[in-house]
Ligand binder design. Structure first.
Ligand SMILES: [Co+2]
Length: 444
């Protein structure tokens, strides 16, 4: 999700994430081969149980009669993705992201004993982030090869979200389940001049078009460790330079990030990279502009927008990145004004972490807040997530929570009509020893 620089009202936004798949997740059937005797199958379990009761002969006999329909533990991902990621990587040995050594005076950290010790103390943190990142990569890999013009945005969003929930093993339909693992925030599917925070609400019939430029921004979390990563899809080559500009700008931001790096300077490098590109679309040449009121952001447990912003234009912000920080580095390029405004119907919301207890007089607001507390806590959600929990007629209550400052609304953010915007985003961990681009994949 992208964060937005407030203008009049102090409003805080985050916006983009996306994920990618690093590895080659092959598709595989989960059905076992007929004569594999070594998997833990139902049959073996039966046999063991039988042995335990001292009736081995019976057990054997039974085993022979039974047609083999055991499930072998799958060793590769399915299409669509439905195999638990923890099953594909036994003992939680999830792939690392891209590890980058710190530069210059921080280079000693890579091998420093004390820093390595600090790193080791953080193993749950790393494991959770790496699991979430691998889910992101596998789901986005599938999304990239599957998403085609002609599909509805609703089907695209459901396809991604069903996959994330399946791979984390948490459907999020019982109290607290969505806070163990699952969607880190709703799937943004923002098209053309819209840069961020668009996802379909119920009844949305929008269909992806051949000429569209779509930002796919979704988050995956495990135990509140949110991986925020985004990419842009286009089906016409005329947009190639726009996408390339943004991809390179994001990579420049990632390269500049590190311990003691100042965010305002990172913004300058991002802008310089972005604005060195132009793109010709249907005979007109446009400079590619950084969208100046969108930013990257740090990420805190269960909180997609921390307290630090990473601008994507040059700024005097002297805030430093520090050991232990987690950042979403995201950049947005535009052929329009390079400035976004709220537009269209809101879909994204999140309970504010700093909300005071207020005596709500509206009973529908009170009961909806209960639902939000039990299911999402401070994780962002969208209207579709309330629908799937069986909530209806919640809009009055929801707006009341927004007006009381308990829930924040994140409306879609759009540049001028007729323009095109693109986004790429990665989550990076500022570890004591190295910078880990946790969501890096072969795709971006
Ligand atoms: Co973000």
């Amino acid at each position: 999700m992208a964060a937005q620089i407030p203008n009049e009202a102090p409003k805080e936004l985050n916006a983009a994430d996306a994920s990618q798949n690093p590895g080659a997740a092959a598709k595989a059937k989960t059905t076992p081969a007929g004569d594999d005797h070594d998997d833990d199958s139902d049959d073996e379990a039966d046999g063991a149980a039988a042995n335990g009761t001292g009736a081995p002969a019976d057990a054997k006999k039974k085993k022979k009669r039974k047609p083999r329909k055991k499930k072998k533990n799958p060793t590769s991902q399915t299409d669509p993705p439905r195999v638990l990621i923890s099953q594909l990587f036994p003992n939680k040995t999830y792939p690392k992201g891209e590890e980058v050594e710190y530069k210059d005076e921080n280079n000693y950290r890579t091998t420093n004993e004390e820093k390595r010790h600090l790193d080791n103390l953080n193993s749950d943190f790393l494991t959770d982030f790496r699991e979430a990142a691998e889910v992101h990569r596998q789901v986005r890999q599938w999304a990239k090869k599957t998403i085609k013009p002609g599909q509805t945005l609703t089907d695209i969003a459901n396809g991604i979200e069903d996959s994330v929930r399946a791979l984390t093993g948490h459907q999020g339909l019982t109290d607290g389940d969505a806070q163990i693992a699952g969607m880190g925030f709703p799937t943004g599917l923002s098209i053309n001049h819209c840069a961020a925070h668009y996802t379909p609400n119920a009844g949305n019939k929008m269909v992806l078009q051949q000429e569209d430029v779509m930002k796919v921004d979704f988050g995956v979390h495990v135990n509140g460790r949110i991986v925020d990563s985004a990419f842009t899809m286009a089906f016409e080559s005329k947009y190639d330079n726009l996408l390339l500009a943004v991809k390179e700008a994001t990579n420049a931001g990632i390269r500049e990030a590190g311990i003691d790096a100042r965010v305002g300077e990172i913004g300058g490098v991002i802008q310089e990279t972005m604005e060195s590109f132009e793109v010709e679309i249907d005979g007109t040449t446009y400079p590619v502009k950084s969208i100046r009121n969108l930013t990257g952001h740090n990420i805190l447990p269960y909180s997609i927008h921390g307290t630090k912003a990473v601008p994507i234009v040059k700024s005097n912000d002297q805030t430093k990145m520090e050991e232990g920080d987690v950042f979403a580095i995201e950049t947005f390029g535009s052929t329009g004004n390079g400035y976004v405004r709220d537009d269209m119907e809101t879909s994204h919301y999140a309970k504010r972490g700093d909300s005071q207890h207020t005596d709500l007089r509206l009973s529908s607001a009170k009961s909806l807040l209960n639902v939000i507390n039990k299911n999402f806590g401070t994780l962002p959600f969208c209207r579709r997530y309330l629908d799937r929990l069986g909530e209806d007629k919640y809009l009055l209550g929801l707006n009341n929570l927004v007006n009381n400052g308990i829930v924040e609304a994140y409306p879609p953010l759009c540049d001028k009509k007729g323009s095109y915007t693109a986004q790429f985003e990665h989550t990076i961990l500022i570890r004591p020893t190295v910078k880990e681009v946790i969501s890096r994949g072969e795709d971006y």
